[in-house]
Design a protein around this ligand. Structure first.
Ligand SMILES: C[S@@+](CC[C@H](N)C(=O)[O-])C[C@H]1O[C@@H](n2cnc3c(N)ncnc32)[C@H](O)[C@@H]1O
Length: 207
Protein backbone atom coordinates (compact mmCIF):
# COMPACT_ATOMS: atom_id res chain seq x y z
CA UNK A 1 0.00 0.00 0.00
CA UNK A 2 1.35 3.43 -0.91
CA UNK A 3 1.82 5.95 1.91
CA UNK A 4 0.12 8.76 0.04
CA UNK A 5 -2.43 7.59 -2.49
CA UNK A 6 -2.33 9.84 -5.51
CA UNK A 7 -5.47 8.81 -7.35
CA UNK A 8 -8.71 9.60 -5.50
CA UNK A 9 -11.05 6.63 -5.62
CA UNK A 10 -8.31 4.14 -6.59
CA UNK A 11 -7.77 0.85 -4.76
CA UNK A 12 -4.79 2.45 -2.96
CA UNK A 13 -6.98 5.33 -1.89
CA UNK A 14 -9.53 2.98 -0.33
CA UNK A 15 -6.86 0.76 1.23
CA UNK A 16 -5.38 3.86 2.82
CA UNK A 17 -8.78 4.95 4.20
CA UNK A 18 -9.37 1.58 5.82
CA UNK A 19 -5.85 1.25 7.27
CA UNK A 20 -5.25 4.84 8.38
CA UNK A 21 -8.72 5.42 9.86
CA UNK A 22 -9.54 1.88 10.93
CA UNK A 23 -12.46 -0.19 9.69
CA UNK A 24 -14.62 0.56 12.75
CA UNK A 25 -13.89 4.31 12.63
CA UNK A 26 -14.70 5.02 8.98
CA UNK A 27 -17.76 7.24 8.58
CA UNK A 28 -19.91 4.48 7.07
CA UNK A 29 -19.27 1.93 9.84
CA UNK A 30 -22.29 0.14 11.26
CA UNK A 31 -22.03 -2.53 13.90
CA UNK A 32 -25.40 -3.86 12.83
CA UNK A 33 -26.44 -3.13 9.24
CA UNK A 34 -30.08 -3.34 10.29
CA UNK A 35 -31.90 -2.06 7.22
CA UNK A 36 -29.88 -4.18 4.81
CA UNK A 37 -30.53 -7.26 6.93
CA UNK A 38 -34.22 -6.47 7.17
CA UNK A 39 -34.71 -5.84 3.45
CA UNK A 40 -32.78 -8.97 2.47
CA UNK A 41 -34.89 -10.89 5.00
CA UNK A 42 -38.07 -9.66 3.31
CA UNK A 43 -37.21 -11.47 0.08
CA UNK A 44 -34.67 -14.20 0.81
CA UNK A 45 -33.99 -17.01 3.23
CA UNK A 46 -30.67 -18.62 4.10
CA UNK A 47 -30.70 -20.69 0.90
CA UNK A 48 -30.30 -17.57 -1.22
CA UNK A 49 -27.05 -16.46 -2.80
CA UNK A 50 -26.14 -12.89 -1.89
CA UNK A 51 -23.49 -10.58 -3.31
CA UNK A 52 -22.45 -7.47 -1.37
CA UNK A 53 -21.01 -5.08 -3.96
CA UNK A 54 -18.58 -2.57 -2.46
CA UNK A 55 -19.09 -4.51 0.74
CA UNK A 56 -15.68 -3.55 2.12
CA UNK A 57 -15.31 -4.55 5.76
CA UNK A 58 -19.08 -4.42 6.38
CA UNK A 59 -20.57 -6.59 9.14
CA UNK A 60 -23.38 -7.62 6.78
CA UNK A 61 -21.52 -10.79 5.93
CA UNK A 62 -21.14 -11.71 9.63
CA UNK A 63 -24.88 -11.33 10.18
CA UNK A 64 -25.80 -13.32 7.09
CA UNK A 65 -23.43 -16.13 8.13
CA UNK A 66 -25.02 -16.16 11.59
CA UNK A 67 -28.43 -16.42 9.93
CA UNK A 68 -27.27 -19.52 8.06
CA UNK A 69 -26.52 -18.10 4.61
CA UNK A 70 -23.93 -20.27 2.87
CA UNK A 71 -23.48 -18.67 -0.55
CA UNK A 72 -22.02 -15.23 -0.02
CA UNK A 73 -19.80 -13.07 -2.21
CA UNK A 74 -18.21 -9.75 -1.24
CA UNK A 75 -16.74 -7.58 -3.99
CA UNK A 76 -14.60 -4.53 -3.28
CA UNK A 77 -11.76 -2.48 -4.69
CA UNK A 78 -9.94 -2.61 -1.39
CA UNK A 79 -7.94 -5.70 -0.47
CA UNK A 80 -7.39 -4.21 3.00
CA UNK A 81 -11.14 -3.95 3.59
CA UNK A 82 -11.72 -7.55 2.55
CA UNK A 83 -8.78 -8.67 4.71
CA UNK A 84 -10.44 -7.06 7.74
CA UNK A 85 -13.72 -8.86 7.07
CA UNK A 86 -11.97 -12.14 6.30
CA UNK A 87 -9.99 -12.06 9.52
CA UNK A 88 -13.17 -11.38 11.46
CA UNK A 89 -15.29 -14.20 10.04
CA UNK A 90 -12.46 -16.68 9.50
CA UNK A 91 -12.90 -19.68 7.23
CA UNK A 92 -16.46 -19.26 6.01
CA UNK A 93 -18.45 -19.86 2.82
CA UNK A 94 -17.65 -16.44 1.40
CA UNK A 95 -16.06 -15.61 -1.96
CA UNK A 96 -13.88 -12.52 -1.52
CA UNK A 97 -13.40 -10.69 -4.80
CA UNK A 98 -10.97 -7.78 -5.12
CA UNK A 99 -12.26 -5.86 -8.10
CA UNK A 100 -13.54 -2.55 -9.30
CA UNK A 101 -17.24 -3.17 -9.95
CA UNK A 102 -16.72 -1.46 -13.32
CA UNK A 103 -14.34 -4.27 -14.34
CA UNK A 104 -16.03 -7.18 -12.60
CA UNK A 105 -17.39 -9.92 -14.84
CA UNK A 106 -19.03 -12.53 -12.59
CA UNK A 107 -19.31 -16.02 -14.06
CA UNK A 108 -22.47 -16.76 -12.08
CA UNK A 109 -25.72 -15.16 -10.97
CA UNK A 110 -27.02 -14.09 -7.54
CA UNK A 111 -30.46 -14.19 -5.93
CA UNK A 112 -29.80 -10.92 -4.09
CA UNK A 113 -27.56 -8.00 -5.06
CA UNK A 114 -26.77 -5.73 -2.08
CA UNK A 115 -24.94 -2.41 -2.33
CA UNK A 116 -24.70 0.10 0.50
CA UNK A 117 -22.87 3.26 -0.48
CA UNK A 118 -20.79 1.98 -3.39
CA UNK A 119 -22.95 2.74 -6.44
CA UNK A 120 -23.23 6.39 -5.44
CA UNK A 121 -19.51 6.85 -6.23
CA UNK A 122 -20.29 6.26 -9.90
CA UNK A 123 -20.80 9.82 -11.07
CA UNK A 124 -20.28 9.12 -14.77
CA UNK A 125 -23.47 8.31 -16.71
CA UNK A 126 -21.74 5.60 -18.73
CA UNK A 127 -20.53 3.89 -15.53
CA UNK A 128 -24.00 4.19 -13.99
CA UNK A 129 -25.67 2.57 -16.99
CA UNK A 130 -23.02 -0.18 -17.13
CA UNK A 131 -23.63 -0.86 -13.42
CA UNK A 132 -27.34 -1.44 -13.95
CA UNK A 133 -26.66 -3.61 -16.98
CA UNK A 134 -24.33 -5.69 -14.78
CA UNK A 135 -27.14 -6.04 -12.22
CA UNK A 136 -29.58 -7.09 -14.97
CA UNK A 137 -27.07 -9.68 -16.21
CA UNK A 138 -26.21 -10.96 -12.71
CA UNK A 139 -29.64 -11.18 -11.05
CA UNK A 140 -32.11 -13.54 -12.72
CA UNK A 141 -35.77 -12.63 -13.11
CA UNK A 142 -37.41 -12.97 -9.71
CA UNK A 143 -34.21 -12.06 -7.88
CA UNK A 144 -33.79 -8.88 -5.85
CA UNK A 145 -31.70 -5.75 -5.41
CA UNK A 146 -31.14 -3.99 -2.09
CA UNK A 147 -29.35 -0.69 -2.59
CA UNK A 148 -28.56 2.34 -0.45
CA UNK A 149 -27.11 5.69 -1.52
CA UNK A 150 -26.87 9.08 0.09
CA UNK A 151 -30.34 10.61 -0.16
CA UNK A 152 -31.13 13.88 -1.87
CA UNK A 153 -30.53 15.72 1.41
CA UNK A 154 -27.43 13.67 2.27
CA UNK A 155 -23.78 14.75 2.10
CA UNK A 156 -22.31 15.81 -1.24
CA UNK A 157 -19.17 13.78 -0.63
CA UNK A 158 -18.40 10.41 0.90
CA UNK A 159 -14.95 9.54 2.19
CA UNK A 160 -13.51 12.62 0.52
CA UNK A 161 -14.90 11.73 -2.90
CA UNK A 162 -17.73 13.25 -4.92
CA UNK A 163 -20.87 11.13 -5.06
CA UNK A 164 -24.29 11.28 -6.69
CA UNK A 165 -27.20 11.71 -4.28
CA UNK A 166 -30.56 10.13 -5.12
CA UNK A 167 -34.16 10.45 -4.09
CA UNK A 168 -36.08 7.16 -4.27
CA UNK A 169 -37.65 8.30 -7.55
CA UNK A 170 -34.27 9.23 -9.02
CA UNK A 171 -32.76 5.90 -8.03
CA UNK A 172 -35.69 4.03 -9.57
CA UNK A 173 -35.21 6.03 -12.75
CA UNK A 174 -31.47 5.33 -12.76
CA UNK A 175 -32.08 1.59 -12.53
CA UNK A 176 -33.91 1.64 -15.83
CA UNK A 177 -35.91 -1.20 -17.34
CA UNK A 178 -36.25 -4.58 -15.69
CA UNK A 179 -36.87 -3.76 -12.03
CA UNK A 180 -39.99 -3.32 -9.90
CA UNK A 181 -39.59 -1.33 -6.69
CA UNK A 182 -41.06 -3.16 -3.69
CA UNK A 183 -40.00 -0.95 -0.78
CA UNK A 184 -38.08 2.19 0.06
CA UNK A 185 -36.57 3.42 3.32
CA UNK A 186 -34.88 6.48 4.73
CA UNK A 187 -32.11 6.19 7.29
CA UNK A 188 -30.29 8.74 9.39
CA UNK A 189 -26.93 7.03 9.78
CA UNK A 190 -24.92 8.11 12.81
CA UNK A 191 -21.21 8.11 12.02
CA UNK A 192 -18.59 7.01 14.58
CA UNK A 193 -17.79 10.69 15.25
CA UNK A 194 -21.45 11.51 15.91
CA UNK A 195 -22.39 13.08 12.56
CA UNK A 196 -25.62 12.30 10.73
CA UNK A 197 -25.85 11.13 7.13
CA UNK A 198 -29.15 10.81 5.28
CA UNK A 199 -29.39 7.56 3.30
CA UNK A 200 -32.10 6.29 0.98
CA UNK A 201 -32.73 2.55 0.56
CA UNK A 202 -34.55 0.77 -2.20
CA UNK A 203 -35.66 -2.87 -2.51
CA UNK A 204 -36.51 -3.97 -6.05
CA UNK A 205 -37.32 -7.19 -7.83
CA UNK A 206 -35.74 -8.10 -11.14
CA UNK A 207 -38.67 -8.44 -13.51
C1 LIG B 1 -18.72 3.98 1.82
S1 LIG B 1 -17.94 2.44 1.74
C2 LIG B 1 -19.27 1.31 2.12
C3 LIG B 1 -18.76 -0.06 2.49
C4 LIG B 1 -19.86 -1.07 2.85
N1 LIG B 1 -20.81 -1.22 1.80
C5 LIG B 1 -20.53 -0.71 4.14
O1 LIG B 1 -21.73 -0.40 4.12
O2 LIG B 1 -19.85 -0.77 5.16
C6 LIG B 1 -17.73 2.23 0.00
C7 LIG B 1 -17.03 0.95 -0.37
O3 LIG B 1 -17.08 0.81 -1.79
C8 LIG B 1 -15.82 0.42 -2.26
N2 LIG B 1 -15.73 0.93 -3.63
C9 LIG B 1 -15.71 2.22 -4.03
N3 LIG B 1 -15.69 2.30 -5.35
C10 LIG B 1 -15.73 1.02 -5.81
C11 LIG B 1 -15.72 0.44 -7.11
N4 LIG B 1 -15.69 1.19 -8.23
N5 LIG B 1 -15.75 -0.92 -7.21
C12 LIG B 1 -15.77 -1.69 -6.09
N6 LIG B 1 -15.77 -1.19 -4.84
C13 LIG B 1 -15.75 0.14 -4.71
C14 LIG B 1 -14.82 1.03 -1.29
O4 LIG B 1 -13.59 0.34 -1.26
C15 LIG B 1 -15.58 0.90 0.03
O5 LIG B 1 -15.31 -0.32 0.66
Amino acid sequence: MTETPTVPGSADYWDHRYVSIGDTKVSWFQDEPAIGIELIGQVADHNASVVDVGGGASRLVDHLLSAGFRDLTVVDLSQEALNAAYHRVGEAPVAWVVSDVRDWQPDRTFDVWHDRAAYHFLTDAVDQQAYWQLVRDSVPHGGHVVIATFAEDGPEQCSGLPIRRYSAAELEQAMGEGFTVLDTRREQHITPTGGTQSFGWLLAQRT
